[in-house]
Ligand binder design. Structure first.
Ligand SMILES: Cc1cc2nc3c(=O)[nH]c(=O)nc-3n(C[C@H](O)[C@H](O)[C@H](O)COP(=O)(O)O)c2cc1C
Ligand code: SF4
Ligand code: FES
Length: 542
C-alpha cells in the first residue's frame, strides 16, 4: 500500500491540532520506535501536525506505541506500530476515519485504570526538552518551595504526607529528611538511588528515561529542605538511555537557572552529578552505594552509623529512591492532605509497579497503595499461558503470593504478613507451568553471583543453598538436604551483614511455605510436577 504523505495537502489542511506522540522508552525503542518516529516526521511532521517523541506510555510489551490526539476527541493509542502502519493510521485519522487495526480500546485497563501521580508526565512530555517539562508544570513546586516555604516547612509537609520510601524498606521519608536537616556539619549530601538491580524491576528506569526533570526537581527541593548543596544520582550501568537523558536534563536545568548557583534568584545553590554503576546489585544497598559514589569498592558496612548520621565523606547524607523523589513535587504542589487521601492509612499515595511474566500486557502501572493484587492482574489483562500460580514481589529479597491470596491489598504490611515484601515494585506473574523450586533456585543463584563476599554467612551460605537447590532440581536431594536448606536459610537471615544476605533466603522460605508439596515431589518422588526440572535418568524411588 502506498504511504500517504504531506503531498496530500487536503489531508494536512484538515489535520489542525493533531498531535502524534511516539513512545521512545527503552522497550519501544528496542522494538523499532525510532523508525516509526522518523517515518512520521518525514511524512507528517509539518505544521499544523505535531510529531513528538515521549517517554513510556505504560504497556511496554505492546510497543512501539503511539498516541494520536485531536482537539475535542479522546486520545487514541495504537500498539505494535511499524513505520508504514503508523503513517497509514495517521492518514486515516486525517481523513476522519480512525482505523480499528492496532487501536487499544478507549477503556483499555492498563492505561485507563491507572492513577498516575509519579508518572503523570511520562508518555506525555518530551524527556529531552526542558520547555516541554515546564509547560506541564515542571519546577513549579521548586519555585513554591524555595520562594514561599522554609526548609522546616518543606520537611514538615513531606512528613505530613505520610510518604514512605519507595526503595523497599518503606521508611518514613519526612523522618529521614528531618534527621538530615537537624544533623550538624557544614557539608551535607542528597543521593538518588537509581541502581534498580532487582530482577523484574524497571519502574525507576521508566521515570528517569521519561521525565528526568521530575527527579531533579525532587532532589533540589530535598537539598533546600535538608541544607545540602550537592547531590548525586547513582544510575545503574545497564541504563545508558536514562543516564544520557539525565545528563542532558542536568545541563539544561543548569542553563535555565533551576540548578547550580543561586537557583531562581533565591540565593540557594545546589548541583547534581551523575554516577554510573558497574553492574553490582549490592551497590543498591545504601552503604555500598556511598562507597561506590566516593570511588571506593562497593561493599556494605555495618549500620549504625546510618547515612543521615555519617554518609558521603563523613557528612550527613539523605538517600532516597528515584520514585520517592518523584513523589516530592506533586506533594508540594497539591499538599500533604491531597497525597494522604490516596492509598490507605499508613500507606499513603500511589506506587509504581513493573509487571512482567505470564500476563497479557507487561509494562509499568501506577495505582494507589492498597490496591488488591487481583486488580493489578486484571489491569495487565490477566494471566497468560495457563492459570494463575503465584506473583513474585520484591525481586531477589521477596517472596511469592499464591492463588489463595489474590485479594491481598498491595501495601507494606499486608505483603509482609504473607512472607514477602513490597520491595521497589517489581511484580513477576507466574502461571501453572512454572516450577516454584526452579524459581527459588534462580533467585538463590542470582544472590550467589551478586554476593560481595565480605561476610561468610552470605558468601558461603548462598553457595551452599544454591548447591542444595541444584540437587533438588536434579532429583538428587534427600529429606536431610531439605532440612539443611531450611536451617541454612534461617542462619543467613540472622547472621549476614547486609540486606542482600539477610533477604537472600526469602524466595526459598516463601516457596517452601506455599508450595512445599512441590519440593517434596522433587525429593520424595524425584518428579518435577510441572516438568520444568529435567530429571531424565533419575530412577524413581517407588
Ligand atoms: C542488596 C540491596 C539492594 C538495594 N537496591 C536498591 C535499589 O536498587 N534502589 C533503591 O532505591 N534502594 C535499594 N536498596 C535499599 C537502599 O539501601 C535504601 O534503603 C533506599 O535507597 C532508601 O531509599 P527510600 O527511603 O526512598 O526507600 C537496596 C538494599 C539492599 C540491601
Ligand atoms: S551479606 Fe552478602 S552482600 Fe552483604 S556484606 Fe555480606 S557478603 Fe556482602
Ligand atoms: S517503553 Fe513504550 S510503552 Fe513503555
Amino acid at each position: 500500500m502506498k504511504t500517504p504523505g504531506p503531498k496530500d495537502k487536503g489531508a494536512t489542511a484538515r489535520g489542525g491540532g493533531l498531535k502524534i506522540s511516539v513512545c521512545l522508552g527503552s522497550p519501544c525503542l528496542a522494538s523499532g520506535a525510532a523508525g516509526v518516529l522518523r517515518a512520521l516526521r518525514e511524512t507528517w511532521g509539518e505544521a499544523p501536525i505535531a510529531v513528538i517523541g515521549t517517554g513510556c506510555m505504560g504497556p511496554c510489551s505492546r510497543g512501539p506505541m503511539i498516541r494520536i490526539e485531536r482537539d475535542g476527541h479522546p486520545a487514541a493509542y495504537y500498539e505494535r506500530m511499524t513505520p508504514q502502519a503508523a503513517c497509514t493510521t495517521v492518514a486515516a485519522h486525517l481523513a476522519g476515519a480512525p482505523p480499528g487495526q492496532g487501536r487499544l480500546a478507549p477503556d483499555f485497563p492498563f492505561i485507563a485504570r491507572q492513577t498516575r501521580i509519579v508518572l503523570e508526565q511520562c508518555g506525555r512530555i518530551d524527556p529531552n526538552d526542558l520547555n516541554s517539562a515546564r509547560a506541564a508544570g515542571g519546577y513549579r513546586a521548586l519555585a513554591h518551595a524555595i520562594g514561599k516555604m522554609t526548609p522546616e516547612q518543606v520537611c514538615g509537609e513531606i512528613g505530613a504526607s505520610g510518604l514512605r520510601g519507595r526503595g523497599g524498606g518503606g521508611y518514613p521519608t519526612g523522618t529521614k529528611w528531618e534527621l538530615v536537616r537537624a544533623a550538624s556539619g557544614r557539608r551535607k549530601y542528597v543521593v538518588a538511588n537509581g541502581d534498580e538491580g532487582d530482577p523484574g524491576a524497571f519502574m525507576d528506569r521508566t521515570l528517569m528515561e521519561s521525565d528526568p526533570h521530575r527527579l531533579l526537581e525532587g532532589m533540589v527541593i530535598a537539598g533546600y529542605a535538608v541544607g545540602a548543596r550537592d547531590g548525586f544520582i547513582f544510575v545503574r550501568g545497564e541504563y545508558p538511555l536514562a543516564a544520557q537523558r539525565l545528563g542532558a536534563a542536568i545541563a539544561d536545568a543548569g542553563k535555565a537557572g533551576l540548578l547550580g548557583r543561586n537557583i531562581l534568584g533565591s540565593g540557594f545553590s545546589f548541583r547534581i552529578r551523575l554516577r554510573i554503576g558497574a553492574g553490582a546489585f549490592v551497590c543498591g544497598e545504601e552503604t555500598a552505594l556511598m562507597a561506590s559514589v566516593m570511588g571506593r569498592r562497593g561493599q556494605p558496612v555495618i549500620r549504625p552509623p546510618y547515612p543521615a548520621q555519617r554518609g558521603l565523606w563523613g557528612g550527613s547524607t539523605l538517600i532516597n529512591n528515584v520514585e520517592t523523589f518523584g513523589c516530592i513535587a506533586p506533594i508540594i504542589r497539591n499538599g500533604a492532605a491531597w497525597f494522604r487521601a490516596m492509598g490507605t492509612p499508613g500507606n499513603s499515595g500511589t506506587k509504581v509497579f513493573s509487571i512482567s511474566g505470564d500476563v497479557a500486557t507487561e509494562g509499568v502501572l501506577e495505582v494507589p497503595l492498597g490496591t488488591p493484587l487481583r486488580e493489578l492482574l486484571a489491569m495487565a489483562g490477566g494471566v497468560s499461558g495457563g492459570s494463575f500460580k503465584a506473583a513474585q514481589t520484591g525481586g531477589a529479597s521477596g517472596g511469592c503470593i499464591p492463588a489463595g491470596h489474590m485479594d491481598v491489598p498491595v501495601d507494606y504490611e499486608s505483603l509482609k504478613g504473607l512472607g514477602t515484601i513490597m520491595g521497589s515494585g517489581g511484580l513477576i506473574v507466574m502461571n501453572d507451568q512454572r516450577c516454584m523450586t526452579d524459581v527459588a533456585r534462580f533467585f538463590m543463584h542470582f544472590c550467589q553471583d551478586e554476593s560481595c563476599g565480605k561476610c561468610a554467612p552470605c558468601r558461603t551460605g548462598t553457595q551452599q543453598a544454591a548447591r542444595l537447590l541444584d540437587r533438588i532440581a536434579a532429583g538428587e536431594a534427600t529429606s536431610d538436604d531439605m532440612s539443611q536448606l531450611e536451617q541454612l536459610c534461617r542462619f543467613m537471615q540472622e547472621t549476614s551483614l547486609c540486606g542482600l544476605g539477610m533477604a537472600a533466603p526469602t524466595p526459598v522460605l516463601s516457596t517452601l511455605r506455599w508450595f512445599r508439596e512441590e519440593y517434596e515431589s522433587h525429593v520424595r518422588d524425584r518428579r518435577c510436577p510441572t516438568g520444568v526440572c529435567a530429571m531424565e535418568g533419575v530412577p524413581c524411588r517407588d
